[in-house]
Design a binder for this molecule. Structure first.
Ligand code: GUN
Length: 297
């Protein structure tokens, strides 16, 4: 068997089109332009690349982008004051503080200072609680992207055995919650899981989010299963060259799986597309336009 490739790049382009159409409608019908504020503290090169890409795509879909770049030694008080002013700014509907923050800043404190209705990352404790109890919340972008691709491929996920490998707050835990809310039977596996290969072999859906290059080999995969690879790992190959690989061994898994996301071009592009979608969702809710917030379906 050779797996169907789930093309995240193409899927993300359709999400962006739907976002752009909704943005245009919000402008013409209501005179509202959704706005996303991104805060970057310091000069981490990977974070700078992400932030640039977020700003560019925000403008491409017709929204306002507000970038705030702060020095690495910015004090917590200054950062919290900035968040307070963004919370109060009616032109800002989404706020994202790029992580990781420099070590002297308390990430939990900073994230929980964002107004929950503007928390487009879905990291605020109120949104975590809402998601955990199956209520309307802001949903973290990477797991949301994975869910949209899974729903698109499978239709209903009800009754499927899903294994999420990785228990991070950003991906593993919210992913498990979303799958549970879609009536999957969910296992969260991690570094201490006993007999991980056997656990993964029972899964109809495998979501790998561990950050370890090519950790999941093809012989762990049940024939026909769907494999969602969240990993983005840069590894050395010959002659000083590098390449990007996921958390699953692509070739061997693709030989057994029914469907698989590639790296690059799978989950990655969906994350920013879902950030844009979350900003529109936040804008609709803040303006009590909740009828129109199902623009993705
Ligand atoms: N750093 C890496 N991924 C993310 C993300 O999804 N959101 C934020 N805020 N920072 C990140």
């Amino acid at each position: 068997m050779s797996a169907q490739i789930i093309d995240g790049k193409a899927f993300a382009a359709t999400v962006r089109q739907k976002v752009a159409a909704k943005v245009s409608e919000l402008k013409t019908a209501h005179g509202i332009t959704p706005g996303l504020a991104v805060v970057l503290v310091g000069t981490d090169p990977a974070s700078q690349v992400y932030v640039r890409s977020k700003g560019k795509q925000t403008v491409q879909v017709g929204m306002n982008s507000f970038e705030h770049k702060l020095d690495a030694d910015t004090s917590e008080d200054v950062l919290l004051d900035l968040i307070d002013s963004l919370n109060a700014d009616p032109a800002v509907h989404g706020i994202l503080v790029q992580l990781p923050l420099p070590g002297h800043l308390d990430e939990t404190l900073v994230i929980n200072r964002i107004a929950p209705e503007k928390d487009v990352d879905g990291f605020h404790i109120a949104n975590v609680g809402l998601l955990g109890t199956g209520q309307k919340s802001m949903v973290p972008c990477t797991p949301l992207g994975c869910l949209l691709m899974l729903r698109d491929y499978h239709g209903s996920l009800s009754g499927k055995n899903a294994v999420v490998i990785g228990r991070s707050n950003i991906v593993g835990k919210p992913m498990a919650q979303l799958l549970l809310n879609d009536s999957c039977t969910v296992t969260i596996a991690h570094s201490r899981t006993a007999d991980l290969p056997d656990v993964v072999r029972r899964a109809d859906i495998v979501v790998a989010a561990v950050g370890r290059p090519e950790m999941v080999p093809g012989d762990w995969i049940k024939p026909g299963a769907t494999v969602i690879d969240v990993g983005i790992n840069r590894i050395d190959i010959e002659d000083g060259k590098t390449k990007l690989v996921g958390d699953v061994a692509y070739e061997s898994c693709a030989a057994v799986a029914g469907a698989i996301t590639p790296v690059p071009g799978g989950v990655g592009p969906m994350t920013i597309a879902c950030l844009l979608a979350n900003t529109v969702t936040a804008c609709c809710r803040i303006n009590n336009l909740t009828d129109g917030e199902d623009f993705l379906s």
